[in-house]
Design a protein around this ligand. Structure first.
Ligand code: ZN
Length: 254
């Protein structure tokens, strides 16, 4: 299997190219590219969340703990009368709960290369990202779907990399881990059912699902990329001084 550094490097390259591409064909405003890029990288690291005590897992739960602590404080500020001391106690308690208690439970319940290394997990995290982006970050539907696709792209890249690394290129043999990353479902039925149900629940909260096939269609994606690939009439840098329109993307798809 590929290690953390390889996953980080490849996810960075793939996400960078993808974010640049969608911006260059005008599907998103150029200011959106850092978010798409970051989500792609995140997706590329996410599958190893099931690797017991790996760097991304500890990072992820540390971050989740901090987000949870701040969320608890903001919620309490809006609903209860608390002193700063009490707010600190609440934040600390939430952090410990997420980072240590829930983390410990998660480690016990998941097995490495289980359901988190499957196409079902790609669908789950893509839907979750789309939904959160739409409902919590108030992104327009098309952008929310692009956020989900960015995570899906990074996540799929990770699974493919894991499979590539399970082929022994020099000996021409397959390692035992072959086929354990890029699979439709998890090998554990219970974990697969739970993730399937969660995906179905998140699926009901998605913004207009008809956007997805249109986003990935020939006319929206393939044709514009083909047209933008090389300079017009083969004259390199001839349009260097042509001003860029700042009107932002055309949200026709809405
Ligand atoms: Zn992996």
């Amino acid at each position: 299997m590929a290690n953390f550094k390889t996953h980080l490097n490849v996810a960075t390259i793939v996400s960078g190219i993808a974010a640049t591409t969608v911006a260059s064909i005008g599907l998103v405003d150029v200011r959106q590219t850092p978010v798409l890029f970051a989500l792609g990288v995140l997706g590329g690291l996410l599958p190893d969340i099931d690797a017991d005590n790996s760097t991304p897992v500890r990072l992820a739960f540390g971050l989740l703990g901090l987000i949870g602590a701040f969320a608890a404080v903001f919620y309490a500020l809006g609903h209860h009368r608390l002193s700063i001391g009490e707010l600190c106690l609440l934040a600390g308690g939430t952090f410990v709960l997420v980072r240590y208690v829930i983390f410990e439970l998660f480690l016990r319940l998941t097995e490495h290369r289980g359901v988190f290394h499957s196409l079902l997990a790609v669908a789950f995290f893509a839907c979750l990202t789309t939904s959160l982006s739409y409902h919590l970050a108030a992104a327009p539907p098309v952008l929310a779907w692009l956020h989900g696709l960015a995570v899906a792209l990074g996540y799929t890249t990770h699974l493919v990399l894991d499979e590539l690394f399970s082929v022994d290129l020099l000996g021409g043999r397959l390692k035992r881990s072959f086929g354990s990353a890029f699979k439709p479902f998890g090998s554990d039925l219970k974990a697969t059912v739970v993730m399937g149900l969660l995906t179905a629940v998140v699926g009901t909260t998605l913004p207009d699902p008809r956007i997805l096939p249109r986003l990935l269609s020939r006319e929206t994606l393939v044709e514009p990329v083909r047209q933008k690939l090389w300079p017009a009439q083969g004259r390199w840098f001839a349009q260097w001084r042509t001003p860029v329109s700042r009107s932002g993307p055309d949200w026709k798809l809405k």
